[in-house]
Design a protein around this ligand. Sequence first.
Ligand code: ADP
Ligand code: MG
Length: 139
Amino acid sequence: MATERTLSIIKPDATEGNHIGDILAMIEKAGLKIVAMKMTHLSKAEAEGFYAVHAERPFFGELVQFMTRSPVVVSVLEGENAVAKYREVMGATNPAEADEGTIRKAFAKDIGENSVHGSDSLENAAKEIAFFFPTTAVL
Ligand code: ADP
Ligand code: MG
């Protein structure tokens, strides 16, 4: 196993619900180290750029509107197998299918407003870290 870095976003539904601290605690309890972090209110252009891979999906407009609704907390997480480990801590995209003990099970409302983002591969993690933290090493 290798030390990796991955990108996390605590989404608007979770910042609105005052769940930032609880979610960061779940991340740290899972053994992931927060190595960079900022709170920011995404512009439409930033949300569209970050989610460009989903531009053709039917929910793209809804996703951009949601992600720009309130501030988000963006962080870089580091640890053994960090990409897969954080996806485990997050739980399934649809909270109705998320396992007990996961962030989405605890806080997410539905498949759209699902509290957190996490990179889905090492390659995308590097791109997403560079998008938000251009001076932070991707490892
Ligand atoms: P994940 O965030 O688990 O990697 P995806 O990459 O498939 O999931 O989707 C990106 C984000 O788009 C989701 O986290 C969610 O906010 C939103 N999304 C995905 N599927 C839907 C859907 N069917 N309806 C509305 N929003 C969706
Ligand atoms: Mg994804």
